[in-house]
Design a protein around this ligand. Sequence first.
Ligand code: AMP
Length: 189
Amino acid sequence: MRIVFFGAPGSGKGTQAAILKDTFGIPHISTGDLLRGHVARGTELGQKAKAVMEAGQLVSDDLVLGMLEDRLAEEDAKPGFILDGYPRNLAQADALGALLARIEQPLDVVIKLNVPNEAILERCAKRFAEQGRKDDDPEVVRGRLAVYAEQTAPVAEFYARAGKLVDVDGVGALADVTARILAAVRSAA
Ligand code: AMP
């Protein structure tokens, strides 16, 4: 099963992917987590990405694609994966399509978690207080939402036209959202 979790920052993609990876027995691959790992380890990629991430902008397509390609080549991703945070623009959606075609692993479904901006601002403010992620600062979150609206939202249209997009209401109790996603994935499989 090859799934993309799609949605604005703070829409719950990471939280839900972390829950559902065990249900499906496939890894949760978050490009944000991978990048934060590089920053924490101080790798060359991490050094290039750090300031861009803290400003809430997108890291360059080439850097992220190379990192993702390496991750998808790992053994645990052979049976499938939940991708979280990628693709974030149309160029990345094209690159992912080409990559998955090359390794003969086409996507099964793109789950789009819908959460209104006011709720997202609240959630990120809470995460900022708890985890101190610089890009969860309310000012930066506003910028990330603008990046999402301009660059990432068109990707939903791309997958809708391909017949792969399923909309899921991301508001409500965690378990309710999980159940909606499960139903959506099963109906698409
Ligand atoms: P996330 O944890 O998915 O919200 O990602 C945190 C930050 O990492 C983003 O605001 C970007 O700066 C960077 N990032 C994560 N995924 C991507 C991607 N697919 N393309 C470019 N930058 C990304």
